[in-house]
Design a protein around this ligand. Structure first.
Ligand SMILES: Cc1cc2nc3c(=O)[nH]c(=O)nc-3n(C[C@H](O)[C@H](O)[C@H](O)COP(=O)(O)OP(=O)(O)OC[C@H]3O[C@@H](n4cnc5c(N)ncnc54)[C@H](O)[C@@H]3O)c2cc1C
Ligand code: SF4
Length: 270
């Protein structure tokens, strides 16, 4: 692991200013926020992420889970995955999110992992995580070792000739079925991005995974008001029953009345 400087801003604006000096917010970022650290520290130990500066955002006031004025829910970017999974409003109105979160990782990891960090967790493609192999996502233009390699956990849909990686998150599949919006603050103000516009398909630039620009911080995720009488389920298929990423997953939100489906939204993951 390279040496780096460590800063601990006390306001969101200070955090934004610190990170805005980075040339990119994507792969190879020179400055990185750290939340729970369960993705970033792993990748730094593997020399996949080599930031010169780490901006610790843990003391920022972004950890609340509270109702929004329109009847929906605001989940702070620093709300821990366990706190969200066990929150009474999530259990009552958005249980698919709780199911998805509790299917992921381990209790210890969920106690550290945050909503924002989970959104930005990186692919589990083994070649991305091993600098001995070619990987267009890690080093653009070097090739993709997974195409023709060990790829049974990688994508079938939304691939390109340059990358077949997946976003391995369980949370994000549920948030997509729930039509979440990502709230972002940055050097040029605030943006609200629907989750289906937040991520980029790999195309010829798999090193760019989302719409974030330097200095932009996720402040919260907002959910629309719950759909009355809806049924929810999260299905995760994996090689073992616990502590394993999905081979395939689906989050489903469906409302039926009068014998007809009135609303259905299905999100597929892994
Ligand atoms: C052994 C293991 C098993 C796992 N199993 C699963 C699983 O089964 N299912 C699953 O879904 N996940 C799993 N995970 C992944 C885990 O859910 C993520 O590591 C975690 O959610 C990341 O959150 P964090 O707060 O620790 O992020 P961090 O490591 O702190 O940050 C991750 C990235 O997000 C950026 N970031 C963090 N917060 C913000 C913010 N507010 N604004 C902008 N950028 C930000 C950081 O700069 C960094 O690039 C597993 C992880 C491990 C280590
Ligand atoms: S699938 Fe994507 S992440 Fe994996 S080796 Fe290919 S380019 Fe890299």
């Amino acid at each position: 692991m390279d040496s780096f400087t460590f800063t601990q801003p006390t306001t969101v604006d200070q955090a934004i200013q610190a990170a805005a000096k980075s040339a990119t917010a994507q792969q190879g970022a020179q400055i990185r926020f750290i939340a729970g650290g369960t993705t970033l520290v792993d990748l730094m130990k593997l020399n996949i992420e080599r930031p010169h500066e780490i901006v610790d955002i843990n003391i920022l006031p972004l950890d609340r889970v509270e109702p929004s004025p329109d009847g929906g829910l605001i989940i702070g970017a620093l709300a821990r995955n366990s706190d969200v999974a066990h929150h009474p409003i999530v259990l009552r109105d958005y249980p698919v999110l709780s199911q998805a979160l509790l299917s992921g990782a381990s209790p210890q990891l969920r106690n550290m992992a945050t909503t924002g960090g989970n959104l930005l967790q990186r692919t589990r493609c083994v070649y991305f995580r091993d600098t001995a192999h070619a990987c267009n996502k890690r080093e653009p233009g070097t090739g993709c070792s997974a195409i023709g390699g060990h790829n049974r956990m990688l994508a079938i849909l939304g691939t390109s000739k340059d990358c077949i990686a997946t976003n391995p998150s369980d949370q994000n599949v549920a948030l997509t079925a729930l039509e979440a919006t990502i709230q972002i603050q940055g050097p040029h103000g605030k943006r609200s991005i629907p989750i289906h516009d937040f991520y980029l398909v790999p195309g010829s630039t798999p090193n760019r995974e989302n719409v974030l620009e330097p200095g932009e911080i996720i402040t919260s995720v907002t959910l629309p008001p719950p759909i009355a009488g809806a049924n929810f389920t999260y299905l995760k298929l994996r090689d073992r029953a616990a502590y394993e990423f999905a081979l395939a997953s689906a989050a489903i939100v469906m409302q039926v009345s009068g014998g007809k489906i009135q609303h259905i939204r299905v999100a597929l993951g892994a």
